[in-house]
Design a protein around this ligand. Structure first.
Ligand SMILES: [Zn+2]
Length: 98
């Protein structure tokens, strides 16, 4: 799995404006790189193809996510925690600004 873990822990349903709800999967997640380098992460409703924005990320956050995945694979909870905190900080800074 190379996708982000944004929704991995929670089973959430997205209620779409078309009246239908859907359960987003990692497969459905789309990462669209914008002209300014920001990556717009979103789902498309499988019923009406409406866009449901999740968050913005950038290459630095993607890099940290890879390190988190690696820390998890190698059973390194300390590194994982530090990296997760760093990622959260960057995500907050990025998404609150927008
Ligand atoms: Zn829809």
């Amino acid at each position: 799995m190379k996708s982000l873990k944004v929704t991995a822990n929670k089973k959430l349903k997205i209620q779409c404006t078309c009246g239908k709800a859907f359960e987003p999967t990692a497969k459905m997640m789309i990462e669209h790189v914008q002209d300014d380098g920001l990556i717009d992460v979103y789902y498309l409703c499988p019923h009406c193809k409406a866009k449901h924005h999740v968050c913005y990320i950038n290459s630095e956050i993607k890099r940290i996510q890879k390190l988190i995945d690696k820390a998890r694979r190698t059973n390194n909870p300390e590194a994982c925690k530090i990296l997760c905190d760093r990622k959260k900080y960057l995500m907050d800074a990025l998404n609150n600004r927008l």
